[in-house]
Design a protein around this ligand. Structure first.
Ligand code: HEC
Ligand code: HEC
Ligand code: HEC
Ligand code: HEC
Length: 465
């Protein structure tokens, strides 16, 4: 029995993303050699098809003079090689193909939903599954998560957006989605990377083979990789904010917490309850050891009956330290509401109404804090303090499970990179190695050991003093 559950984890967490994160940490992607694998079309001009709100497909953006340049253009603040990056390096262009692969097909079979590539339940996140009436002539479902999945239907602004003196505001009025706004951007990513009422990855789907979903805006944007210049980069005229990545982290954390709480509130009144994917995976999925070797028994079961699976608080683990640094007053309110929620969720059959109320209250608090994260000003001192605070929280965070540890590793790396971009740290090389060590502790999630992770975090912390 134990080996059965143990076998589950090695396949569960998408280790590849962790490897990708470490890889970008080592080298910030050289944007040179792109394949010639580009569609050769020019912007759609068909009159009947250019109504605002219609989706045209990525081919409309792919011309070399538009967004399909092989190399980034230096004479413009827009890089113009967005299509080339997307088709070659960005997994979103392969999202539809994932449904037709062996794992996708098997999942669909287990779930009894017909072919995955025709199942609305899968297409919701793996393609741009919009109603037929919104599909333009050049639209193809098989293009996966494409430009318009994030930027909105292009038909309205495709023609005019290249005009001289055209503004972002005008595009927004014609149906473009405002990905420049950090809150809206996070919400867009999380609609698929966390899920929503309409599209969801639950334990049933995970047990059928879907990777578990986790997210951190700044890190995942790097891994994508980014096809845009950031406000901190040289040559970016749209504004300069050298600490922009810190804002991306703090605001992304707030949105992530809020959205996950709203989803918990609605799941609490769903058909399946308790929903296992809201709990700590490795509380159930781990191998057993002799009592004298069990860190779980050595730790005890604070705040819950021994053997109850605990709530997964990973979407709060890092944000908690961020809020303490940036807004001490509200930190306590949020903390007491979430510890109440954690206790409710760590009972065997959590009280649905109490969970809904507590999750909704917490979501409101997270929303208030989001405004503060967006408007706060960030600088080297704050960034360093955030790094110190998160790494000093080693025992608490590591005790909250592997998912919380992964959030801490991503946040620490992200803040470190933001700091390094602007200031020099004396022991930068040692820090780099110590941070890499955090990711190494996560590579086999079923063997995750909180004591080892905590000690690695403490090493990072010691180097920051
Ligand atoms: C809520 C959005 C959502 C839904 C619904 C969804 N997926 Fe996914 N899927 C994702 C995301 C996001 C990833 C990437 C996860 C990561 O790497 O962090 C993914 C990854 C995958 C992968 C792994 C791809 C790879 O390259 O390793 C497969 C296979 C997959 N999904 C199949 C399916 C199937 C089949 C369905 C329908 C039964 C489905 N998905 C429904 C969001 C979703
Ligand atoms: C997974 C989401 C996603 C996909 C898919 C995507 N983008 Fe983006 N794109 C973004 C985000 C986020 C930004 C940064 C915010 C911004 O500038 O709007 C961005 C920025 C851009 C910019 C710079 C805009 C500016 O004013 O600086 C261009 C141009 C662009 N994308 C074009 C494309 C094209 C063309 C495609 C398809 C080949 C595409 N994007 C696919 C999310 C996406
Ligand atoms: C419409 C749904 C959707 C949206 C919106 C979306 N993603 Fe994704 N994303 C996916 C799916 C599905 C995959 C898995 C693709 C695959 O592996 O075949 C994925 C994969 C990724 C990966 C690769 C993960 C890995 O395992 O290597 C990164 C990084 C990523 N997304 C970042 C982002 C960011 C950042 C945003 C917002 C700017 C975003 N995504 C918006 C659906 C989406
Ligand atoms: C309350 C206990 C519990 C929690 C929490 C839980 N699971 Fe499961 N999981 C199970 C059980 C029971 C099965 C069915 C095992 C079987 O049939 O052998 C299962 C099956 C699975 C399987 C398929 C088994 C296999 O060998 O491939 C995967 C993968 C999985 N879970 C991943 C997860 C992930 C990821 C999470 C957290 C997001 C999670 N589980 C949370 C109890 C749990």
């Amino acid at each position: 029995m134990t080996t059965r559950l143990k076998a589950a984890h090695s396949r569960t967490v998408n280790v590849s993303i962790l490897l990708a994160i470490v890889a970008i940490f080592a080298s910030i992607f050289p944007l040179d050699a792109f394949s010639q694998n580009r569609a050769n079309s020019s912007p759609a001009t068909a009159k009947s098809d250019d109504a605002a709100g219609k989706y045209t497909g990525p081919g409309s953006c792919a011309s070399t003079t538009c967004h399909g340049s092989i190399v980034p253009r230096s004479d413009n603040r827009v890089l113009q090689n967005e299509y080339s990056i997307w088709i070659v390096k960005d997994k979103h262009s392969k999202a539809y193909a994932a449904l037709t692969g062996p794992i996708g097909e098997r999942m669909a079979k287990i779930l009894g939903i017909g072919a995955a590539e025709t199942a609305p339940r899968c297409l919701a996140c793996h393609a741009l599954d919009v109603p037929q009436s919104e599909r333009g002539r050049t639209f193809e479902l098989s293009e996966g998560v494409s430009c318009e999945s994030c930027h909105g239907p292009a038909a309205g602004w495709l023609g005019p957006h290249t005009e001289r003196d055209w503004t972002h505001q005008k595009s927004l009025a014609l149906g473009m989605y405002d990905t420049r706004d950090l809150t809206k951007r996070s919400e867009k990513c999380l609609s698929c990377h966390l899920g929503s009422d309409e599209k969801s990855v639950d334990h049933e789907m995970i047990a059928a083979g879907h990777p578990d979903l986790f997210f951190e805006l700044d890190t995942f944007s790097d891994v994508m990789p980014r096809h845009w210049k950031e406000p901190g980069e040289p040559g970016e005229a749209a504004g300069t904010d050298p600490w922009y990545n810190v804002r991306e982290l703090t605001s992304g954390q707030a949105v992530q917490l809020r959205q996950s709480l709203l989803r918990l509130a609605s799941r609490s009144h769903g058909k399946i309850w308790p929903e296992y994917s809201e709990l700590q995976c490795y509380a159930c999925h781990h191998s057993l050891t002799p009592p004298e070797q069990s860190w779980r028994q050595a730790r005890g079961y604070p705040g819950r009956r021994p053997g109850n699976p605990p709530w997964n608080p990973s979407r709060y683990a890092v944000f908690r330290d961020v809020v303490r640094q940036l807004d001490g007053e509200n930190a306590e309110k949020l903390d007491s509401e979430l510890s109440r929620l954690g206790q409710l969720m760590s009972q065997l059959n959590p009280d649905r109404d109490a969970v809904a109320t507590s999750a909704t209250n917490s979501a409101h608090l997270a929303d208030e804090l989001l405004a503060k994260m967006n408007s706060a000003s960030y600088d080297p001192m704050i960034t360093l303090h955030l790094l110190q605070a998160i790494s000093a929280d080693a025992d608490d965070i590591s005790g909250q499970g592997e998912h919380s540890a992964a959030q801490a590793a991503m946040a620490i790396q992200s803040l470190f990179l933001a700091y390094e971009r602007n200031e020099k740290l004396q022991n930068s090389e040692q820090l780099r190695v110590a941070i890499k060590g955090l990711f190494q502790e996560l590579q086999n999630p079923s063997a995750y050991d909180p004591a080892r992770f905590a000690s690695q975090m403490k090493q990072v912390n010691a180097l920051l003093r």
